[in-house]
Structure formats: C-alpha cells, structure tokens
Design a binder for this molecule. Structure first.
Ligand code: ADP
Ligand code: ZN
Ligand code: ZN
Length: 743
C-alpha cells in the first residue's frame, strides 16, 4: 500500500471532511529527511482555506491530470504517526462507514488536529540549592515575596513546576531573582516523565486473592502475549478490579503498557486513586475534564511508552501505545462506550480489533454482560471466567417486588416502601431510593381537560422542575416558564403528573424531617467536585436518605446502605426498543449491587405495576444471568442482534415529505440492487424514529439486517454512496449507524 518512496510523485491525503474520499496533492519542493510515509501530517490549502491533512499513501499516478493538482504547503511531521494507530483508524472508518479523514482527526488530540508539532512538552521544576537550604528567609530582607517563595519551595522536597508556582501568585521575576542569588535552581523535564529507573512497579502490596480470583488470574496469565479475549463475569464486589490490577502488574513486568477503558460515570477520583495507590509507574488518564494541552501530554506519553498505564473513557481507545500489553474494558455492557453522533464507534468492539492486531489479551469485565458479549462467550469465541462470590466485606442483597397497583404514592413511594425506609432509619442505617427521572415530575397536566405540557419542538412531554420552577424538555433542552392557567381550557387546576427525583426528595423530607436527604442527579451535581463531596459524606456512614438517578447505579459501592428502593421498574418492560429489557435488567442489577455488606446483606425493593411480568419475576427470582439467557433465546428466535447484525440509516430533515420521498426511493433502489447481486440482506422501512420529531426536525430510519457482516457492509457502503451522489441529499442530514445501540 505505501511504498518507501523517497521521491513520491503524488501524496494521497485525508482531510477532516465528511466526504468519504481522499485528495491527491503534489509534494512540491518538500522532501522529509526519511522520505514520505503514510501518517505524516502536512499543511495544505483545501478549498479556500488552509488545513492540516494526513498522508495516507504515496503513489505514482492520480486520476486527475498533474496540472490540476496543487502542491502541499508544508510538512509538519518528520516522523509519521504510528502505523498501528493508522491501521486502527482505517479499520474504524471502514467498519463504521465513516470518512477516513474525519475518523483520523477525531482520533487525534485537538492540538495535533490543529497542526501542533508532535513533541513532548517540557516544563521547569524548581527546587532549593544547597545554598538555599542553608539560607533563612530573613536573609532576603524586604523582598517579602521572594522570602515567601523560598519558604514554600522549602516545604516541597521534590520541588515544584513553574505553573504550580505561578498558580500560587508568584511571578517569573521572583523565580529569576532567587535563581540569580543561587538559592534555587530550575531543571527542565518532560511534562509526563518516565518512572525513575530503580523504582519498583508496586507502591503497595497486592491483596491475597481468593480461590476464584486466583483461578481467574492464572487463566489470564496464560493469555499474555497472545490475542486472548475474555469475559470476566463477576458480581459487583467480586474483586474484578483486584484481578485487573494484578494482571496489569504482570504486564508491566513484561515491559508493556496497559490500557483501561472505563464508562463516563465510572471514572471517579476513587477509581483513579486505587490505581495510583497500587502502582508507582507513570499513569495517565484521559477524560472530558482535561484541557487540550493535558490531553496532548498524556497522548504523547502513551505513544512514546513513558506512560505505562492509560486509563480513560471511550475515546481513549484511540490512544497509541509503544508497547501494548493488555486492554481492559470495565463494565463492558455500559452504553457510554458507544459514541452516539458523528463517528458512531463502539470502544469495546474496537478494543477487540486492537487486541487482535497487537496480539494481546482483552478483558471485558461486567456483573451484567451485554447480550452481545455473553453470546460470544457462550459460543466459545471468548474465554468465560466467573467470579461468583463477593470478595470483600459485602454480601449480595435479595430482590423483592412491591405491587403498587392502586396504592397511594407519596413522591412515587408506596406505603410499604415508606415503612421499610422508616425501619432502616430507626436502626441508624442508610437507604438509597433509585428513581430514573430527574426533575420534579415527568410532566404537568390539566385536571379539568387532560392537557399535557408538550415540547413544541419534539414528540415528547416537558418535565416539570421546581428549582427554579420551569418546564424543560430533556431531549432538546427547550425551557419555558410555568403557565398560570391551562393553555387549552384556561383552568388553573394544573397538577404535576408522576414523580421525579425532586418530588421524591420533597416527599422524603416531609416524611422523615430528622434525616438528611441527599439528591444525586445531573441537576444537583453540576459542579465538578460536588459528586465527590457528596459521596464522601455518604461513606462516613451517618444515617441518610440518598435519592438519585443512574448516577448512583455505577462505580460506587455504599457499604452502609442496607435498603434500596427502586421507584419504578416498568420503564424497560414494554419499550419499542428491543434492547430496553436488557438495559433495564442491567441497571436494576447494578443498583441492587450498591448495597449491603457481610453483616447486613440488605434488601432491594422494586416497585412495579406489573408484578406478574415473566421477565421481571425471572430477574428477581433467578437473577441477571438466567434472564440474559432467556433474552438471548428470544433474540435468536426473532433473529435480532446479536444473531443478525444491524445497520441503521438515520435520516433527519425539517421537511418530512422530502425525507420520506428520498428514503423511499433509495430503499427501493437498494432492494433492487440487493436482489440483482444476491446479497442476503433485509431492508426494512423507512419508518419514523421512535421520537419522530425532535428539535423541530423529523427523524426516519431505514434498517438493514443480515446474518453475515460482509453483504451487510456492502449494502451500507452502497447506501452511503447512493446518498452522497443525490442532489436532494444536501437538504437533509443522514448518517449510518453500524451495530446501533438504542434506536
Ligand atoms: P469489583 O471490581 O468486582 O466490583 P473490587 O475489586 O472493587 O470488585 O472488590 C470489591 C471489594 O473487595 C474492594 O473493597 C476490594 O478491596 C475487596 N477485595 C477484592 N479482592 C479482595 C481479596 N482478595 N481480599 C480481600 N479483599 C478483596
Ligand atoms: Zn385544561
Ligand atoms: Zn424538545
């Protein structure tokens, strides 16, 4: 594909555009020292602007005559971006039917997209000299700030970096003044430095593993150095993380790096602290709270091999590594691994591709594995390791259904639930109330005529919020103030319908005025550190009531909670989305897993209007694994994923007629093409999306399904090509979603 051509005649360049094609340029007078290679960034003029492009191949001929080709403006990289990184991006673009240029640029840190040189940034570290140690602050006379700075540095034995010093209000001039007096000195180091040579890998001893963990680790050890896909299937608290830590230890001893992917919500300071406590090697994290310079530092350190452990959310799957040794995907069933716009990749699936190309093990950990992963394991394509016992102090709570039909509800809670809560509080314990709806009530209604507050831009109800009072659309963020009277019949009798977290909070505060009520949802935790502070309070163990959404369901264990009440389990039971049951069974199991410890295993009460529902009964009586097997069997019979693969074409337009006409035409053409070429692919639709109107635009789907990947991807590629070349296509937005998660 790429010749080592020093004298490349033509450069094939990927540019960040949605167009599924590359562009040819001439090298002009530029000759990189080691010749042209795929993966080098260049400056070009593209259309009427300057852009950064990435050379993806060199070749001797172009479809365009040489006279029509422009020359590049400059070379950015003398050394290309890593070849395996480029291969990962190529695979991603092809698999997800996305533009290669856009894929490459999304996979790069922002500063590299903008053309920043790929060099490790350096920084200055300041510390006292021998003379500085021997000098007291009074020797500096009236240079009070310098004296203060000297004292601050005296407290930091390893010195401080300039940015940390200036953040304390000191200036460069003060540093230079002390430097000139020979009291302090600055040394230049890389932003993320390698571990010092003699330092050990472990900063604290590992735990002694129990029997199941020992077996799990032994199996995983046999897979080191090979592609070894494993489902680590263990209940919450069974010690999966401890197994990851000890596997990483083995990887580090092989001089290799570990990549750990964690769901958005799981990347908490507690998780990081656990890795940092254990290892003394450099660890970098990649998450949304970082600025561009920090991201580039982490990326560079991983690429160069200085960072030994890389922990991050979804997009960290694109971090290059000098010596990959293992990829771990924690909570592999979590939907946050799937990007839901633009490049719609699934980080877990890319982790499998990457592990395969690097020949390293990939561990998918979960208490509630996705049906996709479970199916691979059941079919023998993945190793399947079980951890059935809880490892630490905790014990699994039992699940019970509470029939709430015709029962009075206070803030969503039935009298039996309130009694159970009261009993726990008398014992000075903590209770978690899980309600998967933020705001005060799911909507506002008119008691006279039945009017419901609806979003003017979406096919959805507006949620009533109390603090401050307003109606908000949770789909498009439309805000409006509360009406004084019903817009339809002018009655003033407007009432909240149903309960959200705010209403449950109000009900609990009035039922249990003595007990602190802590609400955890997106509204209560907008401040960055608010969630961490809240959790710290809860970990102290004082009696309290914790009300919240799924932010509470993941990552955290609350040992003092002895009762969990799930306000409504019915959301996923009768949904249009075939995955809804799987997702809600995972969520319920995860919430239940938050509670209890050995002496008080605790109870989980699940309120429902459908106490006879077979699936709900199965979950409560037999647990997630049995339900998952039943659901897999249903999927097999219905020939739904994972037994057939799916690609969704999502179309969106302000004009419903245009959208319907175009999608109907292309679907007919596609069916004809599929028939002609004997491709075993079903094409369903176009059908309106479950929420047809959203933000004032119409959404329709075309669904492709096949038992075989190759013809399915051919069909998707055919569709993309057909749509790209259609003049009307400019007037509506479309995207292909390969292996969609959620409709
Ligand atoms: P998971 O990741 O499966 O939820 P963790 O690894 O977080 O489980 O373990 C749950 C708790 O049990 C943690 O507090 C952990 O320190 C403790 N733990 C794990 N393994 C052991 C072990 N072998 N011995 C003692 N405690 C353990
Ligand atoms: Zn009315
Ligand atoms: Zn809306």
């Amino acid at each position: 594909m790429q010749q080592p051509a020093t004298a490349a005649r033509i450069l094939e360049i990927a540019v960040p555009t949605p167009l599924r094609r590359t562009f040819d340029y001439l090298p002009g007078p530029h000759v990189p020292a080691n010749g042209w290679h795929a993966g080098m960034r260049v400056k070009i003029s593209f259309g009427h602007r300057d852009a950064v492009g990435i050379v993806v191949a060199t070749k001797s001929e172009s479809a365009l005559p040489a006279g029509k080709l422009k020359a590049i403006k400059d070379v950015i990289d003398q050394a290309p971006l890593p070849a395996d990184w480029l291969a990962l991006c190529r695979f991603t673009a092809r698999y997800y039917q996305h533009s290669l240029g856009d894929t490459l640029f999304q996979a790069l840190p922002v500063l590299l997209r903008q053309g920043r040189a790929l060099e490790a940034r350096t920084r200055e570290r300041w510390s006292l000299t021998a003379k500085g140690h021997a000098t007291t602050a009074d020797a500096l006379g009236r240079a009070y700030k310098q004296a203060e700075l000297l004292e601050m540095l005296r407290l930091h034995r390893r010195g401080m970096v300039s940015s940390a010093i200036t953040a304390q209000g000191f200036t460069r001039a003060q540093l230079d003044a002390l430097g000139a007096k020979g009291l302090i000195e600055g040394t230049v180091e890389q932003a993320i430095a390698p571990a010092r040579e003699h330092s050990d890998i472990l900063a604290e001893p590992s735990l002694t593993l129990n029997r199941e963990q020992t077996d799990a680790l032994a199996t995983l050890h046999t897979g080191l150095g090979t592609f070894f896909p494993t489902l680590l299937h263990g209940v919450t608290g069974s010690g999966k993380t401890e197994v990851y830590l000890q596997l990483i230890d083995a990887v580090l001893r092989r001089q290799q790096q570990a990549l750990v992917l964690i769901p958005e919500i799981g990347l908490t300071p507690q998780t990081l602290a656990r890795f940092e406590r254990r290892f003394s090697v450099p660890i970098v994290t990649l998450h949304s709270g970082m600025n561009d310079a920090e991201r580039l530092d982490a990326w560079e350190a991983a690429r160069a091999g200085r960072a030994r452990i890389i922990i991050g959310t979804r997009s960290a799957i694109f971090t290059p590594m000098a010596a990959p040794g293992v990829i771990i995907v924690d909570e592999e069933h979590d939907d946050s691994f799937k990007q839901q716009d633009g490049l719609r990749y699934h980080a877990r699936d890319l982790a499998l591709f990457r592990a395969q190309t690097h020949d390293v093990p990939v561990v998918l950990g979960s208490a509630t594995p996705s049906l996709t992963t479970l199916n691979h394991a059941r079919q023998g394509r993945y190793h399947h390791i079980h951890l059935r016992q809880r490892a630490g102090e905790s014990a699994q709570a039992a699940l019970e259904l509470l029939d709430v039909r015709a029962r009075p509800l206070e803030g969503g809670l039935c009298p039996q639930a309130l009694e159970a809560i009261s009993a726990q509080l008398e014992q000075k314990r903590q209770v978690l109330i899980f309600i998967n709806r933020r705001g005060y009530a799911p909507t506002l209604s008119c008691h006279q005529c039945g009017w419901l507050a609806e979003c003017p831009r979406c096919d959805a109800r507006l949620t009533l919020h109390r603090h401050p009072p307003q109606l908000i659309c949770h789909h498009c963020d439309y805000h409006t103030r509360l009406p004084d009277a019903c817009p339809s019949c002018a009655s003033a009798d407007l009432r909240p319908l149903g309960s959200g977290t705010e209403r449950a909070e109000d009900a609990l505060v009035s039922a249990f005025p003595e007990t602190p009520v802590i609400r955890v949802d997106r509204d209560s935790t907008r401040r960055k550190d608010a969630l961490a502070q809240t959790f710290e309070k809860i970990h102290k163990g004082e009696p309290c009531l914790l009300v919240g959404t799924q932010m509470l369901a993941k990552g955290h264990h609350f040992p003092h909670i002895t009762l969990v009440v799930v306000v409504n389990a019915d959301g996923g039971l009768y949904s249009a989305d075939f995955r809804a049951l799987e997702t809600s069974a995972q969520l319920l199991t995860q919430v239940a897993g938050r509670a209890g410890r050995a002496e008080h295993p605790g109870r989980v009460l699940i309120q429902t209007h459908h106490p006879d529902d077979q699936n709900l009964l199965c979950l409560v009586q037999e647990g997630y694994d049995t339900l998952a097997d039943n659901l897999l069997e249903e999927r097999r019979q219905a020939q739904l994923p994972p037994f057939r693969h799916m690609v969704l074409l999502r179309g969106e337009s302000a004009h419903l007629d245009l959208l319907t006409t175009v999608l109907e035409t292309v679907s007919q053409e596609l069916r004809a093409w599929l028939g002609e070429h004997a491709r075993p692919v079903d094409c369903l639709g176009p059908v309106p999306a479950p929420m047809e109107r959203r933000q004032g635009r119409y959404h329709m789907h075309l669904m492709l399904m096949s038992a075989h990947r190759a013809p399915l991807h051919d069909a998707a590629a055919w569709l993309a090509n057909a749509l790209e070349h259609r003049p009307e296509a400019r007037r509506f937005k479309w995207s292909l979603d390969v292996d969609p998660v959620g409709l």
